[in-house]
Design a protein around this ligand. Structure first.
Ligand code: DGT
Ligand code: CA
Ligand code: CA
Ligand code: ZN
Length: 593
């Protein structure tokens, strides 16, 4: 994370992500320049190769040993070696010098691809969102070939959407920053305890800022350290016990430094939510205490005794409550449940035994079937479901009947190499077509171990039509589970219109599982719906939607969302051990025919 200056430091700080980012940005700019498509592809392929290479690609580059790595041609290899050795790449610097950096904003707008950006750039010199707004408003953009009123309206919508979400961050995009900052705070000699608080600690799918609480005898030293850390670009507030800074990524970050005695109260208060805090404070008052971010104090006229509070757990106990997990602190019934001793034992990452919705190089994944299976075993999973895209998802290189049958064969053969303690299940992420029918016929679906049904196109359907479309898939006897129910991409694409309640009811009736897609861009179905789904008896299946081995780690975010949805181990089907899962899938198959 730290931005450093000087060739030596820049060189040392270079990461695999930096390599890939530079290559991708070069590809974008070459596209704008109208360069040869093969050259552009070469940069994209190299970026993929860099991201998925099994060894330490940066170290290899530093040692000039990139020749022969699959996906990285000689010309690009030598550029990466230059980047590793000097922290600079002349070609990149020359290419980017012809455009302002604001050009990259344009690629973040939904409804605007490289072709359109190029056309706008060539015709009107559009090189920033500000300029783009002008040519949309003036009607110039609509006059360009291939544009028209409709596509301009879509672009304007995309700009508005992006602006309305400015200053909000996806959980997955801040998780690494939080660990890094927390680690640094905990390593400081003046720190006795430190935790992340706020919406991040509660596992919210998006956050506005990051909050930390530190217990220390020397707040000044910790605040000074926090304010001058290398990743800070701006100090916004500096007080005696608090400091707010902006990180170089742009996100704000608040720190409170308190005494050991105040710590559980501060951590509780700054974890929130605000609504949970308000309810706790009201409860404290009723029981003769005042509660704030520093202490729980008996009211003057009360006969409440002295308190011994070292942990948040003690605080809840003092209020006559079971300890409430941070994930549940949204004031949606957790206080009542804590009072009645009815809080759920929430599902944990360690409970998961397998996952179902994963891709391989057969469609748009970046790792092979074998590599994915190995990665799943390394994580301690007992089964991995492979569900590559179906043929209608041609943009994702979806499999046709022939390729899917070959994949099923390959999976059966691979399974023979395991000793029975691990299994790959053969599935498919089958497109739900516009009319609700499926992309493969029943005979082929019947050869699979399971089927994930997902919507990947025609997102604009009116709610009634979209609901009917998905209901038809739910009613289909071969469908095991619904993939990413609403299609949302957090901070980028709104959920499509669909009546979730009716889908939940139909899933309850048909025994269809609903996916909790754990990809931090999706986290779909949203945690707010799981309580209802559970009450109706619908099972959750937490899937990483992995497109590479590393994406299996997304399961962590899925678990957080499941916990926010009050789910227990029994509610999540992929907590079932392998043998039970085999039986469950077999029983579902029998029920199909
Ligand atoms: P966000 O918007 O993603 O940053 O969400 P939070 O929950 O992290 O909100 P933030 O950073 O403004 O404040 C952190 C916590 O501090 C919040 O969850 C509860 C507590 N807090 C902040 N302002 C108030 C307030 O006015 N009243 C109460 N009771 N608690 C507050
Ligand atoms: Ca916050
Ligand atoms: Ca805050
Ligand atoms: Zn999908």
């Amino acid at each position: 994370m730290p931005k450093v200056s000087g060739a030596e430091e820049r060189r040392m700080a270079m990461t695999r992500e930096d390599f890939a980012e530079v290559l991708r940005r070069i590809a974008l700019l070459l596209e704008l320049k109208g360069e040869n498509p093969f050259k552009i592809r070469a940069y994209r392929n190299a970026a993929d190769a860099v991201e998925t290479f099994a060894g330490d690609i940066v170290a290899l580059a530093r040692e000039n040993r990139l020749e022969g790595i699959k996906g990285i041609g000689d010309a690009i290899a030598s550029k990466l070696q230059e980047l590793a050795a000097t922290g600079r790449m002349e070609f990149w610097e020359k290419t980017r010098a012809t455009f302002p950096d604001s050009i990259f904003e344009l690629f973040e707008i939904t409804g605007l691809g490289p072709k359109k950006i190029k056309a706008l750039h060539d015709a009107f010199g559009v090189d920033s969102i500000a300029r783009l707004k002008e040519v949309c408003a003036s009607g110039e953009a609509a006059g360009l070939p291939g544009f028209g009123e409709k596509s301009v309206a879509k672009i304007v919508e995309g700009i508005a959407y992006r602006e309305s979400h400015a200053g909000i961050w996806r959980l997955g995009d801040v998780a690494a920053m939080v660990s890094e900052i927390l680690e640094a705070l905990r390593a400081h000699p003046a720190t006795s305890r430190a935790d992340a608080a706020g919406s991040f600690r509660r596992g919210k799918e998006t956050v506005r800022d990051l909050d930390f609480v530190v217990a220390t005898k020397f707040p000044d030293e910790v605040l000074e350290f926090f304010a001058t850390a290398p990743w800070v670009t701006e100090v916004l507030v500096r007080g005696e016990t608090k400091c707010s800074v902006r990180l170089e990524e742009g996100i704000q970050c608040d720190l409170r430094a308190v005494s050991n005695a105040n710590y559980p109260f501060a951590l509780n208060y700054f974890t929130g939510s605000k609504e949970h805090n308000v309810a706790l404070r009201a409860r404290a008052l009723k029981r003769g205490f005042s509660l704030n971010e520093y202490a729980l104090t008996p009211l003057e006229d009360s006969d409440a005794g002295a308190l011994d509070i070292h942990e948040e757990t003690d605080l809840y106990r003092a209020l006559g409550l079971d300890a409430v997990d941070p994930a549940l602190r949204e004031n949606t019934g957790e206080i009542e449940a804590a009072e009645a001793g009815e809080l759920p034992v929430l599902v944990e990452l360690a409970n998961l035994r397998g996952t179902f919705h994963n891709h391989t190089t057969a469609s748009d994944g970046l790792d092979s079937l074998e590599a994915m299976a190995e990665a799943a075993q390394e994580l301690g999973l007992q089964y991995l479901g492979i569900a590559d895209h179906s043929k209608s998802s041609f943009q994702a290189n979806g499999l046709d009947e022939v390729r899917l049958r070959a994949q099923i064969e390959a999976i059966r053969r691979l399974n023979e190499t395991f000793d029975g303690g691990f299994q790959v299940f053969a599935g498919s992420e089958v497109d739900v077509l516009r009319d609700g029918s499926l992309d493969f016929d029943d005979a082929l679906l019947g050869e699979l171990d399971y089927v994930v049904a997902s919507v990947h196109n025609a997102f604009q359907l009116p709610e009634a039509e979209m609901t009917a479309r998905i209901l038809r898939a739910v009613e289909h006897p071969q469908v095991t589970m619904l993939g990413h129910l609403t299609g949302r991409l957090l901070l980028q694409r709104e959920a499509y219109a669909v009546n979730i309640e009716r889908i939940i009811e139909a899933c309850a009736r048909t025994g269809t599982w609903i996916e909790l897609n754990a990809n931090p861009w999706r986290l779909d179905m949203d945690w707010r719906w799981w309580k209802l789904a559970r009450e109706k008896g619908v099972k959750c299946v937490i899937n990483p939607d992995a497109h590479r081995c590393a994406d299996l780690q997304h399961l962590h975010f899925g678990i957080l969302q499941a916990r926010k949805g009050w789910l227990r181990r029994d509610d999540v089907v992929n907590c079932l051990p392998l043998q039970k899962m085999r039986e469950t899938l077999a029983a579902k198959r029998l029920a199909r025919v």
